[in-house]
Design a protein around this ligand. Structure first.
Ligand SMILES: Cc1cc2nc3c(=O)[nH]c(=O)nc-3n(C[C@H](O)[C@H](O)[C@H](O)COP(=O)(O)O)c2cc1C
Length: 365
């Protein structure tokens, strides 16, 4: 499985006590593993439960419902949703995890599922390991996947003047936790796909859709480059934007278009982008990886794109290369007619009989 996206790992400081050792230990971990994170393409996102300041769980609905009413729950959900794994920096309180960690776990459901959770624990005789064991029991209920690699700091040995004493053994252990978090996170990615918010099962087994963001620019760039080679051959031209766009340029248009990606096993296998311009709906960048063509994916995505354009659209327009016979055939078979041909480009359109009865309106480009 290939992915160009950086893994996003949250480093979560769990004690909320004023004067707690947690921030110093989280700091040590982050500084120690930062060079490795850069080499592995990992983005570390630090968060402290003290700063997050969640009250004791105050939602009416069970978290598995995904119905959140409080702004702090919505924010916590977004933060957890946006990462691929966790490294929890936790003390041991009375042989267990600190209450703020249990509370933070209880708030959410789907957002935790199929993500690795590593531990940097600290304490007296047991170096916080009983807290880790306690957390693992709760974490597995939420389908978090606890890591075997761990750092366990005995305060009397590891802490000097409120800071972690530098030790090659601890540094190596910290790197081991990060490496394992990244490996497990990548391996679990296919399991997470089915749980994406708003995800729809695709036309080929094991595939799921997701609306993409600028974070997906790496994968989209790879998809474009492998898909538009055929277009270059069919149109006898290399001057095609999808072949030439940089990752930054792709990120820029991902921000302006609503782009649906179809993923399978951690791989982006197809996409289409749409946007509304007044009462015109525009569809573009319909692409299917070469090894999965002929399975109806393009037609399926085209129909979804038309549905996604929503009510209030009079017409749908799209363009393709004049030499792209296969594309033109697909569009014509879906009711599009050629409006105009200019140089090497063909413009096609389709009048809609009335308002389409589906999905919320999309942003106007
Ligand atoms: C409420 C409380 C309970 C504690 N229970 C344990 C314990 O069960 N095992 C242990 O090794 N240390 C225990 N300690 C000592 C902590 O390991 C030590 O105070 C550590 O600094 C606490 O983490 P913090 O500074 O991030 O709050 C406890 C400390 C507190 C405040």
């Amino acid at each position: 499985m290939f992915t160009t996206s950086p893994a996003r790992i949250m480093v979560l400081t769990c004690s909320t006590r004023p004067g707690s050792l947690g921030p110093a230990i989280a700091d040590w971990f982050t500084v120690t593993v930062s060079p490795l994170a850069a080499r592995l393409g990992v983005e570390l996102r630090s968060l402290s439960l003290a700063e997050l300041a969640l009250p004791f769980l105050d939602e009416e609905e069970h978290p598995s419902s995904g119905i959140y009413r409080r702004p702090h729950t919505k924010r916590w959900s977004e933060l957890v949703d946006a990462v691929d794994g966790f490294i929890v920096v936790t003390p041991e309180y009375n042989y267990g995890m600190p209450a703020p960690l249990k509370n933070a776990l209880d708030y959410l459901g789907r957002e935790w599922a199929w993500k690795p959770m590593g531990f940097i624990s600290y304490g007296n005789t047991s170096a916080g390991t009983r807290s880790v064991q306690h957390t693992k029991e709760v974490a597995t209920t939420l389908r978090l996947v606890p890591l075997g690699a761990t750092v366990a700091l005995r305060l009397q040995d590891a802490i000097v003047g409120g800071r972690v004493r530098r030790s090659p053994r601890h540094d190596a252990a910290a790197e081991g936790v990060l490496r394992e978090a990244v490996r497990v996170s990548r391996a679990l990615r296919p399991l997470r796909e089915a749980l994406w918010e708003g995800s729809v099962e695709g036309p080929v087994p094991g595939s799921h859709t997701r609306v993409m963001t600028p974070d997906d620019a790496g994968e989209v760039t790879v998809l474009q480059r492998c898909c538009w080679v055929d277009e270059a051959v069919d149109n006898d031209s290399l001057a095609l934007a999808p072949l030439r766009e940089s990752v930054d340029e792709v990120a820029c248009w991902l921000d302006r278009w609503t782009t649906t990606g179809l993923w399978r096993g951690g791989r982006l296998i197809a996409m289409v982008r749409v946007r509304r311009e007044g009462r015109i709906g525009r569809i573009g960048r319909l692409a299917v990886v070469p090894d999965m063509r002929g399975a109806g994916i393009g037609r399926w995505l085209l129909r979804r794109a038309e549905g996604d354009l929503g009510a209030g659209c009079d017409r749908i327009e799209l363009s393709t290369g004049a030499g792209s016979a296969r594309n033109i055939g697909l569009y014509r078979s879906e009711g599009f007619v050629i409006d105009a041909e200019e140089d090497e480009v063909v413009h096609l359109g389709k009048a809609l009989p009335g308002d389409l009865p589906t999905t919320p309106a999309l942003g106007v480009g």
